[in-house]
Design a protein around this ligand. Structure first.
Ligand SMILES: Cc1cc2nc3c(=O)[nH]c(=O)nc-3n(C[C@H](O)[C@H](O)[C@H](O)COP(=O)(O)OP(=O)(O)OC[C@H]3O[C@@H](n4cnc5c(N)ncnc54)[C@H](O)[C@@H]3O)c2cc1C
Length: 416
């Protein structure tokens, strides 16, 4: 058994940001990582993926992007290298190749079992990623006929690795639209099943849309200030793609490319995919929300006297008519379904009673109900930007301060 004050689980950017903040506060700790540093960027991303956040937004505690393309978008291998460099300059105490298999309360801290022996820590920070497992609607998956290949967006690598023929991509958020575009451009006819989505132009008034969201403070909105936190935590990702052309890839762009848009996948019966008729409503909702976002940005730009092009408004999404409500997979030669239906964390090894009845960790800005147990990297953990690389710095600073306060309080209780 080894002893330390804090075990951080996971050496992605969140775990490393926390490690840096703990080191700054002289908290003795170790970072346990089942694979290598930045493991998820090496193993769970498709080949062509680029960050949807511009490079200048790659800001971590004590470290940031220093390359010559601040307005560009890093590819996954470059992100992995950047995170590796961060671990090196931080001299983070990472122990790679160490999978944590269980964490449970033990005396005045936690017992961690790993495949490389046990650890005891007074505090634990879980930074194992919000996107560890691709979520697939199980009922629908069970209805897919034999002979149709299914892959998740975490398994997808490139068009060449899929069987020939047309493809049904389910889900039109960041992953779905990127994969749909790539497949369509590769010559595969794509049908895209669209549910609720967050429409975004890549650039607005001459600047990256994320510049506006960052500068106006929208990404800094706090978890204890939003009116409906549960909803905010469950919002789909932004429909954004990072490309050298800074192109907007929304439903209109995909339709122009030849992608067939349909509503949510509702069922697959006797080899026929059935779609909901909600596509016009989903698009109208996304258009409405985009309008509100641009209104907020314009209001801020006016007050701040931002130097920018004139305000723009985008035409409503063009919904194709008639919208197919069903598609016979074999007749349309659809041989593959890509599930781009989101991700969830894998906390199956966390043996601490901090879960609600839906299996979600109950926490207040990353502080769980179990004393000394913290979460990092979950959606809207402390701010709207918490799942972005750029969100880790403030979250880690604040949670490290809380953790030190907890250690001090325990020490005072013992002394008294
Ligand atoms: C497809 C995709 C695209 C994204 N694009 C962007 C983007 O453009 N910009 C942006 O800012 N964010 C983006 N994100 C969001 C976010 O930055 C990433 O999900 C990021 O990887 C999360 O960092 P993390 O440190 O929380 O988790 P991860 O990077 O997933 O790191 C968690 C680490 O924990 C390790 N681990 C897991 N379980 C255990 C265990 N039991 N024991 C030991 N180690 C364990 C894993 O191996 C991994 O290395 C994207 C996410 C996805 C899925």
């Amino acid at each position: 058994m080894r002893y330390t004050t804090t075990v951080v689980i996971g050496a992605g950017h969140c775990g490393l940001a926390m490690s840096r903040c703990l080191a700054e506060r002289s908290v003795d700790h170790v970072v346990l990582e089942r694979g290598e540093v930045a493991h998820s960027w090496r193993t769970q991303r498709w080949d062509s993926l680029r960050l949807l956040t511009p490079n200048w937004m790659t800001r971590l505690p004590g470290f940031s992007y220093r390359g010559d393309d601040p307005d560009g978008y890093l590819g996954a291998p470059e992100v992995a290298r950047l995170i590796e460099a961060y671990a090196a300059v931080s001299a983070a105490p990472v122990q790679t190749g160490t999978a944590v298999t269980s964490v449970r309360p033990d005396g005045c801290g936690y017992l961690l079992r790993t495949d490389q022996g046990d650890w005891h820590a007074r505090t634990v920070v879980v930074a194992t990623g919000a996107a560890s497992v691709a979520t697939v609607p199980a009922q629908l998956a069970a209805q897919v006929p034999v002979g149709v290949t299914t892959v998740t967006s975490a398994e997808y690598r490139n068009p060449g690795l899929l069987p020939g023929g047309a493809v049904l991509v389910v889900g039109a958020s960041a992953s779905g639209i990127q994969i749909a575009e790539e497949l369509q451009r590769s010559g595969r006819p794509v049908t895209l099943a669209v549910g609720e989505h967050v429409r975004m132009p890549r650039t607005y008034r001459g600047r990256d849309i994320l510049w506006w969201m960052d500068a106006s403070g929208l990404l800094d909105e706090r978890y204890d200030e939003v009116p409906d936190l549960l909803r905010a935590r469950n919002l789909p990702s932004m429909q954004l793609v990072g490309s050298p052309q800074r192109a907007t890839v929304d439903l209109d762009a995909l339709r122009r490319l030849g992608v067939r848009l349909v509503g949510r996948l509702a069922a697959v019966r006797d080899g026929t995919a059935q779609f909901s008729g909600s596509l016009p409503n989903m698009c109208a909702l996304a258009d409405l929300k985009l309008g509100r976002l641009l209104d907020t940005i314009d209001a801020w730009a006016g007050k701040a006297g931002a130097d920018a092009d004139r305000p723009e408004r985008f035409a409503p999404t063009e919904v194709p008519a008639p919208i197919p409500l069903s598609v016979r997979l074999a007749a349309d030669e659809i041989g593959t379904i890509v599930w781009a239906t989101g991700f969830r964390p894998d906390l199956s090894w966390l043996d601490v009673p901090v879960f609600d009845r839906k299996g979600r960790v109950v926490h207040d800005g990353g502080v769980t109900t179990a004393p000394g147990l913290y979460m990092m990297g979950l959606p809207f953990l402390r701010r709207r930007k918490s799942t972005l690389i750029d969100g880790a710095a403030t979250d880690a600073h604040e949670l490290a301060a809380h953790l030190v306060g907890h250690l001090d309080a325990v020490a005072r209780r013992r002394a008294g």
